[in-house]
Write a protein that binds this ligand. Structure first.
Ligand code: ADP
Ligand code: MG
Length: 322
């Protein structure tokens, strides 16, 4: 199968057309009519086989993840996603792989009525780059920059399970079969917190999604907001299966420093706790208060007894071994 037949077969009509897409897949560029009186947001993420997913991961889960990580960025901005561009680098044309990849992508894209504007297909090491476009009411977006001293720090959902999924896939740990699929799914198919991000507009003073680990990503909020934080480690919402299968200190370390959680960290003034609680109930999503914004620049983690908890290298950095 040739490149163009591949695009025509699996991508040209993958998603239904939307009125804003004046010209989609098939020409030299796409033409898009922005919604009047909205601001656009853009984000791009690249996933390399062996780094961001495992080469043997089922292709539908790779399609899901390629889109989910960008949707997570969109969630952190409090934006509504509208469409995306897809750049695929494939070592060879494996039609079954591409077909299942496209189906995984479609399943998630359909949940949000996204448009596929176009893309690029080249031969090379297996890697996917996806550019997502979203929209917000003018000025109504969340950033990393607005946290204020005394604000509460919250994290959504639970932490650490994707890391356990990776350990299982790498054969580093064995657990009863009954829980295997759910844990591996947490690694392969993260669920972006879009409803939460949009609900936090006008409430959260800052927000970020966790792609590099709780501590590293909270660190980005502190840097941009010019403040420090105190986090009490026992309050971090570790997934119950993590507590069940992983020794306590290791589980805590993963919750603090492992990437791939794709939950949101956000800050809210303490006077507005009821509003956070109402969102948590409405979305049926745990929103856990884990710390407080402080003066200074330091991120201090401590135990309930006051003892300081060493954060070590604070998470994953791509070029950390250079
Ligand atoms: P050009 O060489 O002019 O950039 P391409 O051959 O790369 O054109 O692409 C032809 C058309 O197919 C374009 O509209 C492009 O957006 C679309 N396309 C290519 N690869 C993909 C893909 N992986 N997913 C969606 N659309 C794609
Ligand atoms: Mg091209």
């Amino acid at each position: 199968m040739k490149e163009f037949t591949l695009i025509d077969t699996y991508f040209a009509n993958l998603l239904p057309s939307v009125p804003s897409l004046i010209l989609g897949v098939g020409d030299d560029a796409a033409v898009w009519e922005p919604t009047p009186n909205k601001q656009q947001i853009f984000t791009v993420d690249t996933l390399h086989a062996g780094c961001h997913f495992l080469p043997e991961d089922p292709p539908d889960t790779v399609g899901h993840k390629a889109l989910a990580v960008s949707l997570s960025d969109c969630a952190a901005m409090g934006a509504r996603p509208v469409g995306f561009l897809l750049s695929l680098s494939l070592p060879r044309i494996d039609e079954t792989w591409v077909k299942n990849f496209s189906l995984g992508l479609k399943a998630l894209a359909s949940q949000y009525d996204l448009a596929l504007l176009g893309g690029d297909t080249t031969q090379g090491p297996l890697s996917i780059s996806l550019t997502l476009m979203g929209e917000v009411e003018p000025g109504n977006f969340l950033t990393r920059a607005g946290a204020q001293v005394q604000d509460d720090i919250y994290v959504s959902g639970t932490l650490g399970l994707p890391r356990l999924g990776l350990e299982l896939l790498q054969g580093n740990q064995y657990i009863p079969e009954a829980d295997y699929d759910l844990i591996v799914k947490a690694y392969r198919q993260p669920q972006p917190q879009l409803s939460l991000g949009q609900a936090l507009i006008g409430l959260a003073t800052s927000c970020i999604d966790i792609s590099d680990g709780f501590a590293a990503d909270l660190g980005h909020i502190l840097e941009k907001s010019h403040c420090g934080a105190q986090v009490q480690v026992e309050t971090l919402p570790l997934h119950h299966l993590l507590k069940e299968y992983v020794e306590a200190d290791r589980a805590l370390d993963w919750a603090l420093t492992a990437g791939d959680d794709y939950q949101l960290i956000f800050t809210v003034p303490p006077s507005r706790r009821d509003e956070v609680k109402a969102i948590s109930e409405r979305l049926n999503l745990p929103l856990t208060r884990v710390g407080i914004i402080t003066p200074g620049t330091e991120l201090i983690a401590h135990r309930a007894n006051g003892q300081r908890f060493d954060l070590g290298s604070k998470g994953w950095e791509h070029f950390s071994n250079e």
